[in-house]
Ligand binder design. Sequence first.
Ligand code: MF3
Ligand code: CO
Ligand code: CO
Length: 258
Amino acid sequence: MIILKSERDLEAMRPACVVASAVLNEVAAFIRPGVTTKQVDVFAAERMKAHGGRSAFLGYRKYPCQTCISVNDEVVHGLANERVLKFGDIVSVDCGVMYRGFIGDTAKTVAVGGCGVIAQRLMDVTAQALYEGIAQALPGNRVTDISRVIQNYVEGNGYGVVREFVGHGVGRTMHEEPQVPNFVDGRCNQKLRPGMTIAIEPMVTAGRPEVKVLKDGWTVVTQDGSLSAHFEHTVLITEGEPEILTCMEKMPSRLKVS
Ligand code: MF3
Ligand code: CO
Ligand code: CO
């Protein structure tokens, strides 16, 4: 069942998404050569708390960290640890915040200090794939319209789309219907309607699209060791244009924390 959000729901969900976006940006600014992924995760938790929220991930299916931090060939669900980030690494940070009973879910990949043009192009194509998908989040369109443009854009640029993990509805819980694959899957073809809130999140590989889960039970890596990038926004379907909810620029002054 797809849960449509009322205006009243959105009064809580909008700030949840704004906080998630703000924390993600703060974390991105914190990332630099020499910090460990654990330090990044602790910093993220502090910022969530400062904004009055908390991690939506910690404890979800026994997930042990506050955020997902995935480095280089790690695709998603990377676990924070003592790994020291170095110049040229690319880091995908996925930030889910619970605030007033609703969840905002957003992710992006950033370079540590800087990176080469090969990694930069992968990140640019993945971010653009997300925006191509968002542009299809229109009432009357179907989930596959989003999936198709993402797949075409990514594969047209010579990259792979991960099949095993997909976008999703999001609201009071992190994973609601519908599933939003980044490739065309005829089983995921629901019609989009105003009030739906979905997380669109292309996971892109520079090489082959196949992934595997490490022995820690969480970290997803590319099988061929190629680099991966991940961008995600929580998006509201409206009567008109899609509204990107995880957009920090919308932060009302009462939520700002200096
Ligand atoms: N935020 C992830 C997503 O975009 C889900 C993380 S699940 C967790 O769907 F258990 F790793 F937290
Ligand atoms: Co996420
Ligand atoms: Co998500």
